[in-house]
Design a protein around this ligand. Structure first.
Ligand code: NAI
Length: 343
């Protein structure tokens, strides 16, 4: 009898050696498959190649760079199953050339990211984090009961503001649905979504430049691609209205962080809420940690206990499907199907 097929979890986020893989082992046992699963958290190309040497499947997250070099050194691997949505860290073409199926699970955390983006917009607009910091530093007791002295402004009412969504896919649409009851006027710039689809959602389709010029809140929801890398740089930040704020829950490298830091320090950009930055983690000496008009979260928008459970189950199932010669729910590199036949 052939030995077991091996799945290696290279992510350190959803259950490698640092966490139990009991749930995954339970799924494999219930399906009565001759498959073993182990954790081997990887940060570098070299570690990925070493961990992948005996792997039939790799389960990877956002952080591991699955480069052409890595893919060319995976002798047994048939499938790379990505926990989650973005695929910017996997060389899809190189994988297809090597006959390695790449699968992912888009949509598992759409509502979590939309909730997070909305929370960031509300916190920026209502100055929740600044007021909270002021109070912890004694502002209320120092100034007495008169809250007027400790209010921070400006606070324009959301119903008078315009929200600009860059990217109108699953998350962009979910943000629009959440923003509408607050009375925000909504614009979207997305060259690959039809204006009719936007109009149906009562969202005005605009080009990026017009969005930057008109929006009071700019929220990014496009993927990281060669086209979107550095899309918000010094020139784009200068186009934004005085008083406008930026929210990024998409990918760090879409925003030129040095340019954004400079604009925030000069108050040319009134505020920013960043769940993603480049690099991650944000270095300890970053000026962003000291700017009162900045809210930071640690690439956490995807997270809820439910979303993590869902993505663990579905990522494993997609890998198991390929190992059994079946087509998973999504094939992110369809060119691979010219080399590999899946039922
Ligand atoms: P999606 O694929 O449904 O939507 C992305 C939209 O961006 C598409 O409509 C596409 O046409 C549009 N787009 C592509 N290039 C564009 C450009 N140059 N300008 C404007 N729009 C452009 O993806 P979904 O599910 O909405 O996710 C969006 C991104 O959110 C993901 O690619 C991922 O990077 C990020 N994300 C971040 C998470 C976090 O924890 N912070 C968690 C999940 C996703």
């Amino acid at each position: 009898m052939a030995g077991p097929q091996r799945i290696i979890v290279t992510s350190d986020r959803y259950g490698s050696e640092s966490a139990s893989l009991d749930m995954e082992r339970g799924i494999i046992a219930a399906a009565d498959l001759n498959v073993e699963i182990e954790g081997a958290a990887c940060a570098t190309e070299r570690e990925l190649i070493a961990a992948g040497a005996e792997a039939d499947a790799l389960l990877v997250s956002t952080r591991e760079a699955v480069t052409r070099r890595v893919l060319e050194n995976l002798p047994r691997t048939k499938v790379i199953s990505r926990y989650g949505v973005g695929l910017d860290n996997v060389d899809l073409d190189a994988a297809a050339e090597r006959g390695i199926v790449v699968t992912h699970y888009p949509g598992y955390c759409t509502s979590e990211v939309a909730d997070h983006a909305m929370a960031m917009m509300l916190a920026l607009n209502r100055r929740i984090v600044e007021l909270d910091r002021d109070l912890r530093e004694g502002a209320w007791t120092r100034h007495g009961a008169s809250t007027g002295t400790i209010l921070r402004g400006p606070i324009p009412p959301l119903r008078e503001l315009t929200l600009g969504l860059i990217g109108f896919g699953r998350i962009g649409k979910a943000v629009a649905a959440r923003a509408r009851p607050f009375g925000l006027t909504i614009l979207a710039a997305d060259p690959y979504t039809s204006p009719a689809e936007m109009a149906e959602a009562v969202v005005e389709p605009v080009h990026l430049d017009a969005l930057l010029e008109r929006a009071d809140i700019v929220s990014i929801h496009c993927p990281l691609t060669p086209e979107t890398r550095g899309m918000i740089g010094a020139a784009q930040l200068r186009r934004m209205k005085p008083g406008a704020v930026l929210v990024n829950t998409a990918r760090g490298p879409i925003v030129d962080l040095a340019a954004a830091s400079a604009a925030l320090q000069a108050r040319e950009l009134a505020g920013a809420a960043l769940d993603v930055v480049d690099p991650e983690p944000l270095p300890a000496d970053s000026p962003l940690y000291h700017l009162p008009n900045v809210i930071l979260t640690p690439h956490a928008a995807y997270y809820s206990e439910r979303s993590v459970e869902t993505v663990r189950i579905e990522t494993l199932k997609a890998a198991l499907a390929v190992l059994q010669g079946k087509r998973p729910g999504t094939v992110a590199n369809p060119a691979v199907l010219e080399r590999v036949s899946l039922a």
